[in-house]
Design a protein around this ligand. Structure first.
Ligand code: ADP
Ligand code: DAT
Ligand code: MG
Length: 189
């Protein structure tokens, strides 16, 4: 499997999904969102999906092996046609990063899509008006943010040692954020 491009799990509502969509449109990478993969499992109505739904509704992390297996399967399924992978929402804790390296490989770039907590809450509350997501409500958003600062932010320091982190100011309008993203990706080439 070729090296994965990663997009930092830079906090819920920071704009990862929005930027990933634009990256796919321009660069054609295979976008794999751990949240989307999990929500697809929930939508399937399987027993496992029901357990996942309960965890996600509480704003907690699902078991590491479940997520990593899903990502790996999805990567393998696209291995023949993929121009590279854009992984969104993973790793959410340092342990997930370590396991990814062991089972899949080392990422080439980590895009750290950064927004203030206040901005993330505002965007998620707005998204919640239409998303239908069980975790886009005030109580769960608060838990997701707490968990983000506790478990996910340390992931950045872990990758900074290898100089693959590019911090992207996601307070700006979508197009301006994307201009910074493009620069970070083009520097790789
Ligand atoms: N740069 C931006 N400026 C304003 N709103 C944004 C920006 N980026 C994303 N949003 C909005 O914020 C919400 C969360 O974005 P999303 O991409 O779903 O974030 P994430 O995948 O990180 O949770 C969406 O409703 C999106 O339209
Ligand atoms: N790598 C991961 N490890 C554990 N749980 C994960 C995970 N990625 C997603 N989840 C679960 C817990 C999250 O609160 C939920 C939604 O994830 P998401 O769609 O990536 O959220 P967002 O894009 O708003 O940051 O799915
Ligand atoms: Mg998302």
């Amino acid at each position: 499997i070729s090296p994965a491009l990663k997009i930092k799990q830079s906090g819920p509502g920071s704009g990862k999904g929005t930027q990933c969509e634009k990256i796919v449109a321009k660069y054609g990478y295979t976008h794999l969102s751990s949240g989307d993969l999990l929500r697809a499992e929930v939508a399937s109505g399987s027993e496992r999906g029901k357990q996942l739904q309960a965890i996600m509704q509480k704003g907690e992390l699902v078991p590491l092996d479940t997520v990593l297996d899903m990502i790996k399967e999805a990567m393998i399924a696209k291995a023949d046609v993929s121009k590279g992978y854009l992984i969104d929402g993973y790793p959410r804790e340092v342990k997930q990063g370590e396991e990814f390296e062991k089972k899949i490989g080392a990422p080439a770039l980590l895009l750290y899509v950064d927004a203030k907590a206040e901005t993330m809450v505002k965007r998620l509350m707005k998204r919640g008006e239409t998303s239908g997501r069980a975790d886009d409500n005030e109580e769960t958003i608060k838990k997701r943010l707490d968990l983000y600062y506790k478990a996910t932010e340390p992931v950045i320091a872990y990758y900074e040692k290898r100089s693959i982190v590019r911090k992207i100011n996601s307070e700006l309008p979508v197009e301006e954020v994307f201009a910074i993203v493009e620069k970070a990706i083009d520097e790789l080439k």
